[in-house]
Design a protein around this ligand. Sequence first.
Ligand SMILES: Nc1ncnc2c1ncn2[C@@H]1O[C@H](COP(=O)(O)OP(=O)(O)OP(=O)(O)O)[C@@H](O)[C@H]1O
Length: 746
Amino acid sequence: MDNELDRERARVARLYDRLDGLRDEEARRLNAVRSSKVGGNHQMRSERDALARMHEDRLLQLRDVDARLVFGRLQLPKAAEDEADSAFRYIGRLGLRDEEQRSLLLDWRAPQAAAFYQATAANPQGVLARRHVTMRDREVTHLDDEVFDADLLAQPGAALEVQGEGALMAALTGHRTGRMHDIVATIQAEQDRIIRSEMRGALVVQGGPGTGKTAVALHRAAYLLYTHRDRLGSAGVLIVGPSGAFLRYIETVLPSLGETGVVLQSLGELFPGVRATDDDSAAAAVLKGSLEMVDLIARAVKSRQRVPADTAHIDVNGDVLRVSPALIARAIQRAQQSGKAHNEARVVFVNQALDALAAQLANQLRTAGAVIDDTDASQLREDIRESTDAKIVLNTAWLPMTAEKLIGDLFARPDWLAELTPRWTPEKRALLHRARTEPFTISDIPLLDEAAELLGSPPAAPEAGQRERDLQRANDIENAKYAIRNAGVEGMVSAEQLADNFAEAPVRVTTADRAATDRTWTYGHVVVDEAQELSPMHWRLLVRRSPMRSFTIVGDIAQASSAASSRSWRSALDPFFRGRWDLEELTVNYRTPAQIAREAERVAGEHGLPITPAQSVREGDWPIRDVTVGSPDALPLAVAEAVRVDRGIDASGTLAVIVSRAARAAVLARLIATFGTDVGAGEAGLECPIAVLTTHESKGLEFDAVVLADPAALVAESPRGAAALYVAMTRPTQRLTQVHVDVPSA
Ligand SMILES: Nc1ncnc2c1ncn2[C@@H]1O[C@H](COP(=O)(O)OP(=O)(O)OP(=O)(O)O)[C@@H](O)[C@H]1O
């Protein structure tokens, strides 16, 4: 056995030698590019910087794959002339070739690697044996063989053990770290088929808790980037998750697979420039998530294009002009006919109105005996444009706006909202009301996007950008003067010349950087995780981000706990994907031990949730612990005690306390008093051994142990509370403790 382990270590060491060799080569190339002297020409400097960036990215990729570079081996029938090892095909995180371009290591996404995930005893796909190689740092620590070929099995010492589940079980029972890991070494056949399925329209992956939906979605993103590098490399891939905590949890998976150019955004970040973390009350979220808002926002934009009731008189350098409602109405009509967005159509409106007013002024002056030629006429137009009176009148009729201002005003001004919604009840309108100073919510994000779509680019942006650039330029020149004095090179180089160099310093703008900050960017593919939570308005926004509707959508409709979410994939997706989406299902629960999964399913059944039961791959070692206290006041102490007991079993892993929003502060305070800096709340909690989370924050995450604080309160705190409890109960990989509050009846 040791011999085989040693032999494998030697083979793997050769792969690392090759990796090191490539890394040194890349580092040498990077140094050469960096130190190369290019002329003063901006174009040449940019080319050099682009080349340097390419080498930096490649170097980073070679570094990211270092841990567990290789994880598998296929043994194939040997061709007669083959040398001993040549019938082995090694599978790893990336492909490696030797100097003669012979394959040493196969990227797991290559078509020839598929058999590693799909071969079974019944259908070995030409494979004699499959080996899982377990590594720690760069050292092979364990081999795990499955032999499919009867002849090979008969040979002494050909394989170590006939079982393939060792690597999977080791992965599943290991401690969780607060960060998701890739599953590239142990992807299961039903998952692999989904990961490798064609990029064609929308693919929905439905599965119960812990069935690997998130893992599959991320590996599919990596697979698609590898297979369609040309298309997706430039258009980019967007991954959407429910919360910042979730994105933090998954953010290292793709880099560990050698893919860095992906944009990750939570539902609260899908509108550039706004970062929403909280959501509205359930009723408000339902209203804001409904397609009724499309019409409301369109009306709100239109109402900013208004014909005044009376004629205005404006003063232009002492001449008085009449601005009649008819004049404004004509200009508005022309602008609306242009079909452009509000801010862009405003240019048409202003030009129309100015033309009419300039003609009026010219007539007045001619009547008074003046001679007006073309140059004078255009000067008159400029005079009107510059006059404060004209600006006021034109702005009142057609105000330029940002989406933030429109939505902010709409919700902060009850009179305006009432004017736009004559058929709504006051209670319904009140749901949208918010003070102007309150931050935007997650449900506001699609509304801002809708408004931005109708408004077009905000007019102030170019001016503001120019002001910033002018300021920067002035600053650069000042710095340059100082540097020239300091270096004693006055007269040899001008401050302006030197400042040009500052301005041209390379800005690192990757596809991902550009896509993340540009609202109108359209991605080549969008992956949506926990997709069951999305409202119709969210879907509307996302389809705008990928008009070709190339999507991977993963979720579990039974876990839908947000108020605005749908009851079925059909009702959620049909309006946006015109019925063109395929459904795949995952059926094995890799996370939750069977006894916890059964209890969660029982509770879900009690509340009438339509769950998809999944088969757990393992029984757990610990029974569920139930503790009951007699009053809500006793909850924090009892939760702290439950945490202490659990840490007594094993304090080296991760633990989450899942608590209602109402009890969060008290429970958190008690836990901090007891466990100090080991405790963290929300996103920050993922860095701590004990995380305190709401059900929303716990979505998609997992921990070695979970303590549920007052499960009944989790159900009661929202209309979809039973689904929220189901989510919470299915987060542990090992142990679950429930602290119930049972107030004795008087
Ligand atoms: N093939 C696999 N090999 C190793 N681990 C796996 C495999 N498939 C899933 N897992 C592990 O199972 C756990 C659950 O996976 P994941 O979070 O992707 O499930 P999910 O379906 O998204 O769950 P939920 O809907 O409950 O959030 C993770 O720890 C994941 O790494």
